[in-house]
Design a binder for this molecule. Structure first.
Ligand code: E4P
Length: 215
């Protein structure tokens, strides 16, 4: 399973990348705006840090304009995957960009049928938002399960990218469903490491070792 970080914050990206297990980054216009950074400049900076896929989202809403913007984003760096919203125009743009071998991450997916449209348009990733579905009392993980099954049924190569993950259980459940990727806010990524029994077990091992050296 690939681990992406869902942020445009350079400090978080640098820290997470230092573990050597980070596979990529997802950004969106809100995340880059939060950093007060220039969109293209920040995407380039991220690509220079992380050796993996970096999603950069279009802000145009009409298919031809998305195509032009997508081509521009793809030119920033080889690692860029163009992120396109799951609208009618977004699906047209996905088809056109993927026909030019530009990789597309189709975002804002909330139903299995939308995921089917994205796969048919040649999306490289589909991003179903589990947390935002949970927020409205729908079961986000059920959507991941359905999409993985549907893509398997027809052999679609589109990879399922679990987005809007809010906690460690989303990671475990996405992995159990067979999602190819999960993208995580930095605090959730850090939480994956921790268990109190790991800490107390290690403290005991080290204390016993020190005692054995004293005698
Ligand atoms: C990722 O591609 C999405 O932009 C992101 O996961 C959305 O997460 P949120 O619902 O926490 O904003």
């Amino acid at each position: 399973m690939k681990f992406f970080l869902d942020t445009a914050n350079i400090e978080q990206i640098t820290k997470a990348n230092a573990y050597g297990i980070l596979d990529g980054i997802t950004t969106n216009p809100s995340l880059i705006a939060k950093e007060g950074a220039d969109h293209a400049q920040r995407i380039l900076e991220i690509c220079q840090i992380v050796d993996g896929d970096v999603s950069a989202e279009v802000v145009e809403t009409e298919a031809e304009a998305m195509l032009t913007e997508g081509r521009k984003l793809a030119k920033i760096h080889d690692n860029v995957v163009v992120k396109v919203p799951l609208t009618r125009d977004g699906i047209k743009a996905t088809k056109m960009l993927s026909s030019e071998r530009i990789r597309v991450n189709v975002t804002l997916c909330f139903t299995a049928n939308q995921a089917l449209l994205a796969a048919k348009a040649g999306a490289y990733y589909i991003s179903p938002f589990v947390g935002r579905l949970d927020d409205i009392s729908a079961e986000g993980m059920e959507l991941i399960r359905d999409i993985v099954t549907i893509y398997d049924n027809y052999g679609y190569p589109t990879q399922v990218l679990t987005a809007s993950a809010r906690g460690p259980l989303h990671v475990r459940d996405a992995a159990l469903c067979g999602a190819h990727v999960v993208t995580l806010p930095y605090p959730v990524f850090e939480k994956l490491f921790d268990h109190p029994l790991t800490d107390s077990g290690l403290a005991q091992f080290l204390a016993d070792y020190r005692k054995s050296q004293e005698g």
